[in-house]
Design a protein around this ligand. Structure first.
Ligand code: BES
Ligand code: ZN
Ligand code: ZN
Length: 512
């Protein structure tokens, strides 16, 4: 990840006063493309540009782009017109997407200093602060690459963009721009941290390494980090988690992060739990070989939660938040648990392990018990839990399950603000049949192809008790097969921004 060096600069200057390599001009459909540079003194240039644009039939449709090479005019080498689509449809997620796509194109052209027109009139209906935040997010998210293992490590980073200047032509808007940029940087860097963790291979990112990375990420701004080892978990009676862990030589970890955003000692208003399976071979119920390499990403929930906690701490969100991350490797070693084994979770519930590949719910069960012991008043978990959610929602929306509709709506609103879409699936009591065991209180799978994502959520529900809870199944959304908009190929870092926005919204609701 190298886009961290990109500087994002707020500026009150006019577009024609900018000197650099490239200028991005957003154009909504039906708007005159060159209005933004109306005060360019060179009339001949304007005429030539207008003709070129007409010839290219540039309309301003979403993601449509038109590149003009300039020589000695306007203070830049290229002008990139980027379509925003219909003015009534321009929104913050389009700003993220358009900024990401334009910047990637200009990076390919080796541009280093770039400006983007942020005049209010160019972005219909978007206030300066949230526009600056969205462009910042789009830039940092869109330029993300995971290339640390490619080529020689000392390869010069010749094609990195140095600076992105947001030109708004208005002195009074600078403060708003600065605030938006600052917040956007925190949200995007958190997301890119989550992406780095997910993309990292499982030989490097073991449970121990994940704990160390959480500590390293927290070093600057917090949160406080505590890590429990196998012995400590044995003392706590976390038999469900330990059963999964016993098939691997890499020992398990329980990673606890705490952000104290309020004075006094109240119970944490929010508890986050993230599935941290650093590799899921399935255990004795082993997976097929094809595609198994993607199972290094079975800790994407943990990554989102660790990243969100660093963002929440950096932004000093005035809310007490605790995070619990159960981390294990699910391998079929000689000491692995078998199908039919019965384990006992921390709260005493016995579980028949019918399929060792349904391991996520087992480790989450003990993590929920622990988060409740820490006093979390609400719980939100994030997990690459089931193939079933991909059948239902593909890689577009994250599956949401809840025992509390108010919390479900709050998580949805935070997702909407982040450009991360969610869709609620049901949890009716009738689905309980799927996980009734003949030998124990519960079994960890059942029903075959029938509603597997719901069966998994019903299983989790047993361990949250009366606590308000939302479960997010990100199995479809945590990885993308190809680059689109501000999402790279590979890890997306999904839900890191949603969780940060949720914490901010809960904090401001409290103060009202
Ligand atoms: N980590 C997987 C989820 C998964 C499934 C990711 C398929 C990618 C593709 C999870 O631990 C798992 O294996 N789930 C199983 C559960 C089944 C055995 C009941 C699934 O959904 O297939
Ligand atoms: Zn599995
Ligand atoms: Zn898994």
């Amino acid at each position: 990840m190298r886009s961290h060096s990109l500087r994002i600069i707020p500026s009150a200057r006019e577009i024609s006063a900018y000197r650099g390599d490239s200028l991005i001009l957003p154009v909504a459909e039906g708007r005159a493309p060159l209005r933004g540079i109306a005060n360019v003194p060179d009339g001949a240039l304007r005429g030539a540009m207008s003709r070129a644009i007409q010839q290219a039939a540039f309309r301003g449709k979403l993601s449509e782009r038109f590149l003009l090479h300039l020589s000695g005019h306007l203070g830049v080498k290229h002008l990139l017109l980027t379509g925003l689509g219909k003015p009534s449809e321009v929104n913050l997620d389009r700003a993220r997407k358009v900024a990401a796509e334009a910047l990637r194109q200009l990076r390919d052209l080796k541009a280093r200093r770039i400006a983007i027109d942020c005049h209010e009139k160019s972005w219909p209906g978007l206030p300066a602060e949230s526009l600056a935040q969205a462009i910042t997010e789009g830039a940092l998210l869109g330029l993300y690459r995971f290339d640390i293992y490619k080529g020689k490590s000392d390869r010069p980073t010749v094609d990195e963009i140095e600076s992105l200047t947001l030109l708004c032509g208005d002195r009074d808007a600078i403060r708003a721009l600065k605030a938006g940029i600052g917040r956007g940087e925190v949200l995007a860097r958190a997301t890119n941290l989550a992406r780095d963790l997910v993309n990292e291979p499982a030989n490097v990112l073991t449970p121990t390494a994940l704990a160390n990375r959480a500590r390293a990420a927290a070093r600057q701004h917090g949160p406080a980090v505590e890590v429990l080892d196998r012995r400590a978990m044995q003392r706590l009676g976390m038999g469900a988690l330990l059963g999964v862990a016993q098939g691997s030589a890499n020992p398990p970890r329980l990673i606890i992060l705490r952000h104290r955003g309020r004075r006094g000692r109240a119970a944490p208003a929010l508890g986050l739990v993230g599935k941290g399976v650093t590799f899921d071979a399935g255990g004795i119920s082993i997976k097929q070989a094809e595609g198994m390499e993607t199972m290094k990403g079975d800790m994407a929930g943990a990554a989102a939660v660790i990243a969100a906690m660093t963002g929440i701490a950096t932004l000093r969100v005035p809310l007490d938040v605790v995070a619990v991350i159960p981390s294990v490797e699910n391998l079929p070693g000689a000491t692995a648990q078998r199908p039919g084994d019965i384990v006992r979770a921390m709260d005493g519930t016995t579980i028949e392990v019918v399929n060792t590949d349904a391991e996520g719910r087992l480790i989450l069960a003990d993590a929920f018990c622990y988060a409740r012991r820490l006093g979390a008043q609400r719980l939100v978990d994030v997990a690459t839990l089931t193939g079933g959610v991909v059948v239902a929602l593909g890689s577009v929306r994250t599956g949401l399950f809840a025992n509390d509709q108010a919390l479900a709506r709050q998580v949805e609103a935070a997702g909407e603000a982040s450009g991360e879409k969610l869709w609620q699936l049901p949890l009716d009591d009738e689905y309980e049949e799927l996980i009734k065991s003949d030998y124990a209180d519960l079994k960890n799978t059942g029903g075959g192809k029938k509603a597997p994502a719901i069966g998994a959520a019903r299983f989790l529900k047993h361990f949250v008790g009366e606590t308000s809870w939302v479960h997010l199944d990100i199995n479809g959304t945590s990885l993308q097969e190809k680059e689109t908009g501000y999402l790279p190929k590979g890890a997306t870092g999904v839900m890191a921004r949603t969780l940060i926005n949720l914490a901010m919204n809960l904090a401001s609701a409290r103060r009202r």
